[in-house]
Structure formats: C-alpha cells, structure tokens
Design a binder for this molecule. Structure first.
Ligand code: ADP
Length: 689
C-alpha cells in the first residue's frame, strides 16, 4: 500500500490513541502534529510527535473539544489532514464540516454519515428502512414522560432507557418495573443533559442475556466495502467494555457472514467511508439486532488487527487519501485469537469509581508478537481528573482462545502499577474465572460471576494471599537489614557486636517485631533472625510468625525485586516503594502495606462515619433531601458527578441532615466534606481484626 497524499497530519486527540496513530504515521513517513492542553505539556503523545501545538486549558471543553483551536493548529502547521482518534471530536459533524470548508481532510466518514448516526433514534429509523433488524422499542419524537412510560408498559419490563445522543453508557438506565420508571427517567435525563446537553430518550426492550457483537467495517470512496469480522465485547461494567475478544467464541461461519453483510448494509445505507463499527446485540436464540454504528476507530480495534494482520490506521489513512481498499473480502481471513483488557485507574471494589493521581511505579509485561501494549503514559505521569482514566490497553494474541487466554492472565500478572488504584487485579480475577475460560459470556457476565470475581480464593494460586503477608514481612526485614548494613559502614570495628546492624541482643535470640498495615488490616509480626555466619546483609534467613503460624523465610533484595523462599516455595516478586507505602505484586495479586510506627499519642482520630465526603473531584448535581430531614441508613442524600458519571452518596446510618455544604453546580474537591450529618446513635466501633 502506498500513501502518497499526506505529508503531514494533525492528531486531534491525546493519550494512547494519539500515540498509536503517531506510530503508524511515523512508519509510513508521514509527519505528525500533536495538540496538547495545560495538563499534557509533558505527555507522551507530545514527545512522540514531530510537532506539537498548545490548544488551551486542561478541561476538554477548553482544549480537545474546542474545534476552532484544533483547526487553527492544523492551519498553522499546514497539516493536510486531521485524525480525530476516538472520543473528543471524532463524531462531531460540525468539526468534520469545518475541516472540509478549510480544505483539510477529516480522516473519517463524510459529515452526512456522522449526522445520520449521531442520534440513536435517527440511526434506528434509517436501519429500519434498510431492513436491518432492530431491538424492539420506541424511538419517536414525542418525548413526554407519559408517552415514554406508555411504550415501556406496552412492551413489558425490563426496558432500557437510552439517551438519544448517548455514548459511553451515559444516560442509560435499566427499568425493571413500572414503579421504578419515573425515577429512572429523571436520572437518565439528568445524566444525558449533563453529558450531551440533550436529554431526549428512547426506550428499548432490555434483553437479559445478550452478547455484544460488533462488526468492523471499512468502506472506500469507490463503493467498495468489506467487513473485518467481529469482536465480542460482552464483558462489561456499567455498559462499558472491559475485556474484548476476537473472533467471538462459538461464532458460526454462517452467522458471521449474515452479521457481516448486515453491517455492510448498515454502512451503505448511509454512504459510509472509512473505518466504522456496527454494534449488534446477539440474543440467546441466535437472533441479532442493530444497536448503533460508531463512525470512527474503536478503542478495541487492535484485536481485529491482531487476527487479521492489518493496520487499521494505515487503512484509514489510505481510504482518506482516496485510495481503494487494500484488500477484498475474500482476501481477508481470521488467524488465531486475540483479547484486549482495558487497564483503568479505577476502584472495582468501590463501584469502579474513577481514580486519578501519579503513576509512581509502572512496570509492564514484555511486549512481543503475542503481547502488545497501547498506552499514552510512562512511570511518573499523572492520570488526570480531566480525561478518561484509561491507563493502557493490554492486547494479547495466540493461535487459539485457550492459549491467548493464558497469555492474557500471565501478562496481567506481570503488569505492576503503584500510586493509583487500578483494575488490574480485577481483570486478572475476571480472566481466571471458570465461566470466562469456558467462554460462557454475556453482557451480565460480571454480575453473574460477581462472587467468584470479587471474593473467590480459588483465583489466588497456591494460597499466595497467605504467603504474601510473609513476603511483605520479609521485605521489611531485609530492607531494615540493608539500611543497618549501610549504617554500620560508619562503625570502624568489624568485630564489635555493635558493628552488626541487626537486632542482636546480648544473651537473647535475634528477634524483631514489626507491625504492618496490610490491605487495611493491622498485622503484628515477630521474626527471629536465624544464625548467619555472615554479617547481616540484604540476604538473610528468618523464622517469621504471623497469627501464631511460623514459617521459614529467606530471600535477597535487589532494588524492586525480592527473590524469596517461604516455607520452601520460591518466588520472585516486585515491590514498589511509594514513600513508605509499599505495593507488593505476586503473579496473581497485589497487596498494599506500610509499617505502622509506634503511636506516640499524636494520632488524631477524626472519627468520621465515612461516606459523606466527596469520593473525588467533581460537581454537585443534586441534593436529594431537605435540610433537617431524618434519614435512614442507605438513603440517597446527594448526587455528585465525576468524570461524567453520577455517584450517589448515601446515609452511612440513621440520622439527621443538618446542613449541605455544596449546592448543585458547585465544584467539589475530592475528600471534601459534603454535609453536616448527625448520627442517631454512635456508630458501632469497627474493630480491626
Ligand atoms: P453507548 O453508546 O452509551 O455505549 P450502547 O447503545 O452502545 O450505548 O449500549 C452499550 C451496552 O449496553 C451494550 O453493549 C449492551 O451491553 C447494553 N445494551 C444496550 N442496549 C441493550 C438492550 N436493549 N438490552 C440489553 N442490553 C443492552
């Protein structure tokens, strides 16, 4: 394939997708221009591009979403084309039009195609006319609550309310019965208004066990269209993809062809050009329904690249430059199996609440023909509150699903991040789940396997959870020994017992005591240093006792790596030191620990019942009760919005709301006290085990 037309392109995006596009452009000899906001001055995509243009303040609305600034940057640098990536301006018809008016090629579909698919209800109308099967539902223009409810009642519950302008799972609510309808409609509308400035809704029959199967299509400017097979994106949280795979397990050649052709039919119904994805729901009985078409490159496009051996960004550049599609349908085939796991800064145990902060330690698995990592960050970078908290995409490939899955779990077990809460352990547990191994997946996979994913011990290989405590203790002991050894260099007499920097005591065994806070549990540890002929170094033997169980432990410490043997089991673990907050990564889990220093009576017990502080930076959306209200434990008190998702803060116990400190619309800092709340009675003291 030769690309002659573009000498220079601007990438109107940031993070991993900007980096990924730059890589292909660079390989093809195309110069790249990055754009950046205040938050991204030192970002990876900026350093990778040939040129970079500052476009404004950190909030996306003032930079990455401000298409006048982006366009101006392209004009100023004489870029011939703009690649919008995904998100931001990628599906913005006005931006696409403005590019055209300024003689800049928009690397994406024509403006009419974006417009046609911009509204979920308009898209459904078009597909209906093109005889593409639709999920039953109401997508009309009468937006009165009565009309919406009537259609829900008529089709029977459960139903799904969806924002017509929606995306990213925002403004979407399941409704299981008529009496939930009004409240769900209000919340969905509010979320939609916040995210899209449009709160029109459609109502769909909610399918309870569907799979999300999407087809990658490509069309050129010469009426050629192909599909690059399917991706199964059924494993989701909050209607958002978590792990995707290609091809879809159990897909028959016949169904693949039917869905592929339906996808091409959808694309041709809107005179599509470029890369697009047609999303379907596949019901248990093999019936499939059009959901929507994404008129851009998808986050999960790499798994299609892995199984087809194609570079989709290269295809995009080629099609945008007016060339014919590089391959015909019969020249495309599937080779092997690929998975993509989205590594996010978020807390799965806390309803996947987005996290932000500094990646103080980052060690990734080695990349190869089997393992690919698409990322936009390096160790030391910040995951900012302003943008999507995705850290990277871990993509693996192998000859078949079982082998690829083994690659995925192994790579996840070698992905170490410290400084920010991530979903890596969650992904590892999910990928290790029996049901996932058997490919027993649908869009409720996480709910259905919740206990196994969140609580099962079977995913912790060889009881490493117990062993990790000893590893943490061993690390502290070795580190202490190392420090002592360093200090003893200052003592001149090597034969003096005082030269030995360990816990040597006259007439006593060599005992150490330490208290560790491991995953919020306070653990008392005693350790006897076993006689060693050598002076105390970073390699020593101990009998470590935790909860009355004593195990023999020895190991050697070199920078972040601990080579350890606990009770005869040898392992190598990585430890990140974040100013005394340690994180220890084994092949199946990570624990967080720090040393508890003796309490000198200065500890200040804030005694807060918890839950009434802002979980992170965000905006106050609604106060749900009046000042002075007497509420029950669990009652919803306020709604906050952070990263465009709503979070409800509930009463931690029965009590009275005295005063709200923020009003709707106010910006709230993470950790800020939201309201003055008096508990009915003193909360039970939680004793730590
Ligand atoms: P968004 O554009 O906000 O991502 P989609 O319409 O693509 O929303 O839907 C996202 C996910 O929500 C789907 O992948 C699927 O899991 C679920 N979903 C959407 N529509 C339905 C439905 N009618 N029944 C069941 N699940 C649905």
């Amino acid at each position: 394939m030769s690309i002659t037309r573009f000498n220079k392109i601007l990438i109107a995006n940031r993070g991993e997708i900007a980096c990924r596009i730059i890589q292909t452009a660079r390989r093809l000899g195309i110069r790249t221009v990055a754009v950046y906001s205040d938050a991204d001055i030192n970002a990876l995509h900026v350093s990778m591009a040939d040129e970079a243009v500052y476009i404004g303040a950190a909030p996306s609305r003032e930079s990455y979403l401000d298409f006048h600034r982006v366009l101006q940057a392209a004009k100023d640098t004489a870029a011939e084309a703009i690649h919008p990536g995904y998100g931001f301006l990628s599906e913005n018809a006005d931006f696409c039009r403005a590019c055209k008016e300024n003689n800049i090629v928009f690397i994406g579909p024509p403006v009419e195609a974006i417009e046609a698919m911009g509204s979920k209800s308009a898209a459904k109308n078009i597909m209906q006319q093109a005889n593409v099967p639709l999920v039953p539902g109401y997508h009309g223009s009468d937006q009165s609550p009565e009309r919406l409810k009537k259609s829900a009642n008529a089709m029977g519950y459960p139903v799904l309310l969806k924002a017509v302008a929606g995306g990213g799972g925002k403004g979407m609510r399941q409704v299981w019965s008529e009496n939930e309808f009004d409240e769900a409609l209000l919340t969905a509308k509010r979320e939609a208004m916040n995210a899209f400035a449009n709160d029109d809704m459609l109502v769909e029959k909610y399918l309870t066990q569907p799979r999300h199967i999407e087809i990658q299509v490509f069309c050129d400017q010469h009426n050629n269209a192909v599909y690059l097979f399917e991706r199964d994106c059924s494993v989701q949280r909050r209607h958002q993809k978590v792990i995707e795979e290609a091809p879809a397990p159990g897909m028959t050649a016949k169904l693949r062809e039917q869905m592929g052709e339906a996808a091409i039919c959808s694309a041709q119904a809107i005179n599509y050009q470029g890369a697009g994805t047609v999303e379907f729901l596949l019901d248990e009985d093999g019936a499939f329904y059009f959901m929507e078409m994404n008129t851009r490159l998808q986050v999960e496009h790499p798994i299609t690249e892995m199984i087809t051996g194609q570079d989709l960004v290269e295809w995009q550049l080629s099609v945008a430059a007016g060339e014919i599609l590089p391959l015909k349908q019969e020249q495309l085939s599937i080779n092997g199996h690929a998975f993509e796991a989205r590594i996010y800064a978020e807390d799965p145990a806390n309803d996947f609440l987005p996290a932000s902060g500094k990646l103080s330690f980052l060690q990734t698995p080695k990349t190869s023909q089997y393992v690919r990592i698409d990322t936009g960050v390096r160790q030391g970078d910040e995951v900012s509150v302003f943008y999507d908290p995705m850290i990277s995409k871990l993509i693996v490939w192998d000859k078949d699903r079982d082998k690829a899955l083994q690659r995925l779990t192994k790579a996840l077990s070698e992905y170490y991040i410290s400084g920010i809460t991530t979903n890596i352990d969650f992904l590892h547990r999910l990928a290790s789940c029996e049901a996932f191994k058997k490919a027993d997946i649908d869009t409720r996979f996480i709910e259905k396997n919740y206990d196994e994913i969140f609580y099962s011990k079977t995913n912790d290989k060889k009881n490493t959870k117990g062993e990790t405590y000893y590893l943490a203790a061993l690390y502290c002991l070795l580190e202490q020994a190392q420090n002592s050894a360093a200090n003893s260099i200052h003592s001149n007499d090597p034969n003096s017992p005082w030269h030995s920097g360990d816990a040597w005591r006259l007439n006593e065994s060599n005992n150490h005591r330490l208290t560790l806070n491991i995953n919020d549990q306070v653990i008392d540890i005693t350790a006897e240093q076993l006689s060693s002929k050598q002076p105390s170094t970073s390699s020593s033997r101990f009998a470590i006792t935790i909860n009355e169980k004593t195990l023999l432990a020895q190991g050697a410490l070199t920078s972040n790596t601990l080579n350890a043997e606990i009770d005869g089991h040898q392992s190598r673990v990585t430890i990140a030191d974040n100013n005394g907050d340690f994180q220890l990564f084994t092949d199946s889990s990570a624990i967080r620990f720090n040393r508890v220093l003796p309490d000198l009576g200065e500890a200040n017990d804030t005694g807060h019942a918890g839950g009434l502080t802002a979980p992170m930076n965000g905006t106050m959306v609604a106060l749900l009760v009046e000042t002075g209200s007497v509420v029950k434990k669990g009652d919803a008190l306020v709604v906050m919005e952070a990263m465009k998702m709503e979070h409800t803060i509930r009463a931690p116990q029965n009590g009275t709301v005295i005063e709200f400190y923020f009003q709707p619309g106010n910006l709230v800092d993470g950790g800020a006290e939201l309201l003055n709340f008096t508990a009915e009675e003193k909360p039970e003291q939680k004793l730590k085990p």
